[in-house]
Write a protein that binds this ligand. Structure first.
Ligand code: GLC
Length: 549
């Protein structure tokens, strides 16, 4: 038996938008506790909760003012402890978010740095520099913020500080031992409370080239999704790795003491799978999201290329690949792969393929409901990206709209009736609500539950081998998950006698006929199958249990 995360399915809870147990229109910790039975029935192995720490919420909690305190908006430490204990009682693991690249500008250390002035030891915990130009009134270099605008903001005494994200998120100086020690203390604090691991924010950003050289001029079509080639001096620097070795040593130390395995998962936006795999070498993080699949277009060849490259790269360092199609920063799959009915068909097909891949999978809340991206009206947009980009980028609010749970109209059981959620939910979400889908056998929720239950029950799913099938046209992605040999004397399980499980996903524009003798296990849309010939309609995934020979 390997460690629990090697084939786990983890569910991202974007806390603001999951469930509001109070009446302020913002989701909270007690709201998560109230939905644990839903998550257990969905069949996931655990949750990752986005930041709930004390914060002025300039980036909705990713601007942390105290990493060891709960923001009153979400509850308190006692509410967190209850959630953790209840989750464990339901057999669910809990990962919390660690945000080490930057703090909030309301963090006491940043306030002290501003007050202490240029050249002070307090300023050394962040990245302060004099400006360029005769009066120092130009930023120290040409770096830009991920959210838009310059990556530097001027303090009142004339020095500038670096923020790769919003001005309210000053970057820590990770060369400083006090910064390292303070984060070690945060890691230990949450481990001592009993968490099962961390999702670590912006793992590729912590260390900057000390000389702070200018970046090359940006590409004419803008900086891409993966930024490290356009911005070579502050992403994916060699120095980040020793930080992860340090945290790995801490969790190994806890494991030696109590035998419990905790997991470190990186959010590493690095395009080259071999560079990415360096974050999951044996003495660093356990997992890191494989974002190349998330970035792949709706096309079987693009999926195959991404999956094969990620599998090969992580295998070289002995780590699994961590699959993900969505999170709180990107357009929801049901809209990204298309729109309306065809977008939903594709999202359902994508979900089944994702769950057939070997290794851990992360789902994003609402993807089990097939929620689409919402075009949040400009007056309601809250993401700093909208303002920082001068209203040229709508930002990420569209994937963060509070979940519909039940009822005919907003807030659809998210908040108490009559309380407007922090982002408006669209009309017409009643059919998408979890309660409505639970009683519809053809719903995405029932499909997701079925797939997760099978993934648990079938030994060929989860961790293990993937073998590509080359007997399908290029617009069809097809792979086998061979059955592992059971110990002698094992009674036959479901679909025993099959050589494994075959997953076939069509991105073709017309029906495709394939000859695969076997039994039908699950399909994302109706298919034709007579036990030998499979007629696969466009944008459909099917799981089959093939007969031997
Ligand atoms: C990560 C988070 C994102 C946040 C950013 C800055 O990418 O996922 O939501 O805005 O880091 O902390």
């Amino acid at each position: 038996m390997g460690d629990w995360w090697l084939d786990a399915v983890l569910y991202e809870v974007y806390i603001r938008s999951f469930t509001d147990s109070g009446s302020d229109g913002v989701g909270d910790l007690a709201g998560i506790t109230s939905r644990l039975p839903y998550l257990r029935d969905l069949g996931v192995d655990g949750i990752w909760i986005t930041p709930f720490y004390r914060s002025p919420m300039a980036d909705h909690g990713y601007d942390v003012a105290d990493h060891r305190a709960v923001d009153p908006l979400f509850g308190d430490l006692a509410t967190f402890d209850t959630l953790l204990a209840e989750a464990h009682r339901h057999g669910l693991k809990v990962l919390v978010d660690l945000v080490p690249n930057h703090s909030s500008n309301a963090h006491p250390a940043f306030r002290a740095a501003l007050a202490a002035g240029a050249g002070s030891p307090e300023r050394d915990l962040y990245i302060f520099r004099d400006g360029r130009g005769a009066d120092g009134d130009e930023p120290p270099n040409n770096w830009v913020s991920v959210f838009g605008g310059p990556a530097w903001t001027r303090a009142t005494d004339g020095q500038w500080y670096l923020h790769l994200f919003a001005p309210e998120q000053p970057d820590w100086n990770w060369r400083h031992p006090r910064v390292r020690d303070d984060h070690d203390a945060t890691v230990r604090f949450w481990l001592d409370r009993g968490v099962d691991g961390f999702r670590i924010d912006v793992t590729h950003g912590l260390i900057k080239n000390d000389l702070l050289p200018d970046n090359p001029p940006p590409p004419s079509d803008g900086i891409p999704f993966f930024r490290e080639r356009a911005e070579p001096h502050h992403w994916d620097q060699e120095g980040v790795h020793e930080i992860y070795q340090r945290w790995r040593a801490i969790v190994e130390d806890y494991r030696r003491r109590d035998g419990q395995a905790r997991v470190l998962v990186g959010e590493t936006w690095v395009a080259d799978p071999r560079r990415l795999a360096r974050y999951v070498r044996p003495d660093e993080l356990h997992l890191t999201f494989a974002f190349s699949l998330l970035a792949a277009s709706w096309s079987a060849p693009a999926w195959r290329t991404a999956i094969a490259a990620d599998l090969a790269a992580t295998a070289e360092v002995g780590a699994p690949t961590t699959w993900v199609l969505a999170n709180h920063d990107v357009t929801r799959p049901a809209s990204r792969y298309g729109s309306g009915e065809s977008g939903l068909r594709r999202a359902r097909a994508a979900l089944l393929t994702l769950l057939a891949l070997p290794g851990p999978v992360f789902l994003y809340q609402g993807d089990e409901l097939g929620l689409p991206e919402v075009d949040v009206p400009p007056a309601h947009r809250q993401d700093p990206v909208w303002e920082r980009s001068g209203h040229s980028r709508p930002g990420r609010d569209g994937c963060r709209v509070p979940l519909p749970w039940s009822g005919r109209e907003a807030p659809y059981g998210f908040s108490a009736d009559g309380v407007p959620p922090w982002l408006p939910q669209p009309d017409g979400w009643a059919e998408l609500a979890a309660a409505a889908q639970a009683s519809d056998p053809l719903s995405t929720l029932v499909l997701a539950r079925g797939a997760l239950a099978l993934r648990r029950a079938l030994p060929m799913l989860g961790a293990g081998l993937l073998r590509w099938r080359d007997d399908t046209p290029p617009t069809v992605l097809a792979f086998d998950r061979p059955s592992p040999p059971g110990p002698p004397g094992t009674p036959p399980g479901p679909f025993s006698g099959a050589t494994g499980l075959t997953c076939v996903m069509s991105t073709a524009g017309t029906d495709v006929d394939l000859v695969i003798p076997g039994r039908l296990v699950l399909a994302s849309s109706p298919v034709g199958y007579d036990g030998t010939t499979l007629t696969l309609p466009p944008d459909t995934t099917v799981w089959l249990a093939p007969h031997p020979g």
